[in-house]
Design a protein around this ligand. Structure first.
Ligand code: NZQ
Ligand code: ZN
Length: 389
């Protein structure tokens, strides 16, 4: 096991009605003028946004709004938010939505106090040292941004989708997690979120570091729970306990606990980010296509951990490592299919992917080699894209 530091300073407030606590938490933190960031229609349609505004009014907290964040969020909305936030002199942000909304809010939070271009943080030209504090009211368990220090934004010029990682600077101060707010999610978004959280765990599970049994078992337990709860939320969207289990899994999948003591992988995410940047597909659905293809490729080189995954997560009994790994990958694909997800690029709606361009952009953005479990160069990532067709 490697040395590690694990710090997750976010206050998670979980359960029915917890969105009502946001104003109280903001007030207790001394926030004075808040920017509410939200997405397209869902938070308006459900009445959530109105409820949040009323509770801020009742707490005597002035607020302004920035709506219209789209999935796979882009830099234009961030610039708009930075300008608005400076003009209105906001000192804190509350994101009402999912990963796209939270990530936009995070970009605005570090962009407002910075004198340069916020994109400097994403392309590695500058490091975040200061950011406005951020609170979250989560409406979709998926990206895990409510507990992570990360933010993923696409620059429209060149369609570069890059992630900014911070240790604590961009972690939300609080995250209100009410599973009831997820009842309105369409099945495809629910399923895509499930794939995303599973892959957040797997990116950490597939590690070259050995002897990390506690973290491995945490990952396997979470994955097994997700696999058990997933069909329930698809069949019964208003099953509170199933929604609650899925919601909490999404946060634990990505707040860092599943990576303690080891090197992580992240190749599947880097590969998928090129797909969602270029073809604007739903991130989790893209992962349901890419991750099994990635596993197929790496199992040929190092089958051991893929076999362990197969045996411990999908109860494969095959004693031969390669056969066990292959069976595990097949069961993972079957599981994704069973909750309505695509497992090939064609099913994802990408008929003729421009693999040459995808590979070129991937390595321009992420360097000549990606991945921790196995290091992948351009020949390897091209093979993985082809396996995903
Ligand atoms: O825009 P609205 O109308 O709100 O609709 C959204 C959106 O269309 C809808 N939705 C959200 N909550 C809903 C709802 N519809 C009905 N009822 C509700 N309660 O769902 C759609 C997707 O929303 P989005 O925020 O895009 O989903 P998600 O949480 O999956 O976020 C995806 C983004 O996060 C990035 C992804 O790359 C992608 O850009 N990621 C961020 C990470 C991070 N910051 O740590 C890590 C992840 O690996 C990921 O890369
Ligand atoms: Zn993800």
């Amino acid at each position: 096991m490697n040395n590690f530091t694990f710090c997750t300073p976010t206050r998670y407030v979980f359960g029915k009605g917890t969105e009502e606590k946001a104003a109280e938490l903001a007030k207790a933190a001394g926030w004075q003028r808040i920017m509410l960031v939200y997405g397209g229609q869902s938070a308006i349609r459900s009445g959530l946004l109105d409820r949040v505004k009323k509770s801020l009014d009742a707490a005597g907290l002035p607020h302004i709004e920035l709506g219209g964040v789209k999935p796979n969020p882009t830099d234009d909305k961030v610039y708009e938010g930075i300008e608005l936030g400076r003009k209105e002199n906001v000192d804190a942000i509350i994101a009402v939505g999912g990963g796209s909304v939270i990530d936009t809010a995070k970009a605005i939070a570090c962009g407002i106090p910075y004198s340069g271009d916020f994109w400097d943080f994403y392309c590695g030209k500058a490091t975040v040292s200061e950011a406005l504090p951020l609170g979250v009211i989560l409406t979709i368990p998926a990206a895990g941004s409510e507990g992570s220090g990360n933010s993923v934004i696409t620059k429209l010029d060149g369609l570069r989708k890059l992630s900014l990682r911070t240790d604590t600077e961009l972690r939300p101060k609080f995250a209100c997690l009410n599973p009831e707010l997820t009842f309105t999610l369409p099945p495809y978004q629910t399923a895509s979120g499930i794939a995303d959280m599973m892959v957040h765990i797997m990116e950490r599970y597939f590690s070259p570091t050995e002897q990390v049994e506690v973290t491995d078992r945490l990952c396997e337990g979470l994955l097994k729970a997700i696999i058990e709860e997933a069909p329930k939320v698809i069949a019964e969207p208003e099953n509170y306990d199933a929604r609650a289990n899925i919601m909490w899994s999404g946060t634990l999948a990505h707040n860092g606990i599943c990576g303690c003591g080891r090197q992580e992988d992240w190749a599947s995410h880097f590969i998928e980010h090129e797909l969602s940047a270029l073809y604007n597909v739903t991130h989790g659905a893209g992962l349901a296509v890419i991750t099994p293809a990635w596993m197929t490729y790496v199992a040929e080189i190092k089958a051991a951990k893929v076999a362990q995954f197969a045996r411990r997560v999908f109860d494969v009994t095959e004693s031969d490592e390669m056969k066990a790994a292959t069976e595990g990958i097949s069961r993972l694909r079957d599981f994704f299919r069973s909750i309505g997800l695509p497992v090939t690029m064609k099913e994802l709606g990408i008929e003729n992917p421009d693999i040459e361009l995808l590979v070129k952009k991937l390595h321009e953005n992420k360097g000549p080699k990606i991945g921790g479990y196995i290091q992948l160069d351009a020949t390897a990532t091209e093979a993985i894209f082809k396996l995903a067709i």
